[in-house]
Ligand binder design. Sequence first.
Ligand code: Z16
Length: 829
Amino acid sequence: RFGERRAKAERMFSLMDGFLKNDPLSLQKDILNHVEYTMARSRFNFDDFEAYQALAHSVRDRLIERWHDTHVYFKRTKPKRLYFLSLEFLMGRSLTNSVINLGIQDQYAEALNQLGFEFEVLAEQEGDAALGNGGLARLSACQMDSLATLDYPAWGYGLRYEYGLFRQVIVDGFQHEQPDYWLNFGNPWEIERIHVTYEVKFHGTVEEVDMNGKKQKVWVPGEMVEAVAYDNPIPGYGTRNAINLRLWAAKPSNQLNLEAYNTGDYINSIVNRQRAETISNVLYPDDRNHQGKELRLKQQYFFVSASLQDIIRRFKDAHNNFDELPDKVALHLNDTHPSLSIAELMRILVDEEHLDWNKAWDIACKVFSFTTHTVVAEALEKIPVDLLESLLPRHLQIIYDINFKFMEELKKKIGLDYNRLSRMSIVEEGAVKSIRMANLAIVGSHVVNGVSKLHFDTLKTRTLKDFYELWPEKFQYKTNGVTQRRWIVVSNPSLCALISKWLGTEAWIRNADLLTGLRDHIDNTDFHQEWKMVKKVNKMRLAEYIEAMSGVKVSLDAMFDVQVKRIHEYKRQLLNILGIIHRYDCLKNMDKNDRRKVVPRVCIIGGKAAPGYEIAKKIIKLCHAVAEKINNDADIGDLLKLVFIPDYNVSVAELVIAGADLSQHLSTAGHEASGTGTMKFLMNGCLLLATADGSTVEIIEEIGSDNMFVFGAKVQEVAQMREKGSISKVPLQFSRVLRMVRDGYFGHEDYFKSLCDTVEIDNDFYLLGPDFGSYIEAQAAADKAFIEPEKWIKMSILSVAGSGRFSSDRTIQDYAERTWKIDPCRCPL
Ligand code: Z16
């Protein structure tokens, strides 16, 4: 029989053409074949969208080749693997990123030209994969790109939401949310694995049975749902490796429920079955605000259970002793969202694999690591015990057991300090008894990570102080990073070409530290000239988009000043808008001569508000009200424009960031865990106007405060200012512009009242008033620098030159070496 199988394999191999060919002619044939056989369109009659889809399928074929080879290679060499567990991934578009990472962009461009299409035009046909909210989710996507590029044997796991983050539609200046049914026209980037399925259980009871004289807990579930795998290949750049992002979709379980059918209510039982699919239906649109909702908990456990079954099955295929688990598997918890994994792994090891509790716990702690993205303790995720008890009764018991042992150990170390014990307990006894997911994640992990130096200091001294003092060796930080492949190579091709030309190499695309080499040309005027042209090209693209979106014509000579990110009080978009009102007010009161010296500005704001976040929605409306007034003031003309870019997402970011001169990052110091937008702008030669918050502190360290515009209270000052009050620090201009809003200068005064209240002295938690003076000064400094183009260009070059440290490659390498203990595993050519 072995001989037979071998003969069969040999015959199949001989039938293969070898690898797909990438010369333009072969690519054309492949694209046309997909038009005819995949899209079932006539190759003489297809539109741009169909061309995009056929193109995407031909790229997908090439991804699959590498992805297969990579997995065969991993399987053969058996390295320790990393499993990156995250409920959110903001992948954006895949086409351009894929062909660039595969190294066949030029061939495709030529192939398409010969077919009468343009690559860039077809790329615009693709919709975003928006399976996440904001920073945390885009970070996961950047990190997947780095894991693949650096050849790490890693898998990502996530949920395949059918509705991604809502689309933002603006009507009369108000945000409306529309469903993002992104799978409408099929998704060529995923591979449906109808045979990779697992049963996920919910509800039911826990029974105790006798197993060979030992009492054993058995969970008898009340509901079952099936998880189906959808695989998304993630190609590395400059390597053959392509790793996998496996997303789970919920389907009705195939375990027949005979009872229901026998009652004769056939139709209803089918309808009930279908309800299973709701689990992976929709992404929760709140960043940083966790509601104790049953569906959310169900999503979390559905994700955790399917992923762990898959991971344990793969481990058992290759190994037969769980003692080896920590040497072969690293499980990373991206925030607390997947931290039920700790209880689930314990359940598998103890209840199903019959390991002794202590042994299982030892294994679990070695396997898990955890990153928190949160700064303030109040924002940490909690799950009501009632919910957990009904949905996952066995997991609640396990969490209680973990906590009991933890509390006993803690008492031995710190004595009967009941205040501290109750602060550190995984179980919170309060009005609503609940489980503190961060405490569970910390207790069950061997490394706890912060996302910037400043964040780490806050964790140690405030948010997680008790835990830090107990286990200082557990705590680390890895400053976030972003991938230069997406944020320069894909989104800013002109800058990419310019950098490669002046560095004389493309090696920076895999090693961003080389960007420092740009400093060697800092005084070269030819270089400056080309640098200026690149920014101009990108500003033209952005200006066209702005006009198409909002009808506002903007001048390319103006400074493009951008703030794009989720709308939050702590991110202080309101400070930006009040600053714009102040600028407008000054212009109105200026005589004609002085106006001639003013730097024209195009202020661009974009971002989504969580649907239930009223104040954030009012900020969006205020932005529109102010824009309407200013943009229609002929007296002001091009000196000042304000545009709100609707539906900010990854692909809009690619356009906007490349075209920005100045970007704003205004969080009150001590509130942004890291911030990653800064890094994207930095890489695109856009100057930063920012507070010394999150990772900006490290950016200042790297490029120097004289190459950006830093303002505002420092983190140490913030607490004091809140305590003592800081009325004396609130400038008159602030009260004046606030009055303008209150008095209805922009209309809607009733609607804006509660928004104005949030920044009134004594109520101004985020310190907009006290920071206003310093903010206006920083803005003036930016204006001053802009009228000296040489100076501005140098600052811009030095920003890019100093951005290498903020590549996610650096972050990932650090995680690999210090947390996950994994080595590169490079698939041979
Ligand atoms: C999120 O995007 C972040 C934190 C959080 O608790 C939840 C969500 Cl959805 C952000 C941080 O606000 C930001 O500072 C940080 O750069 C980002 O996570 C990635 O670490």
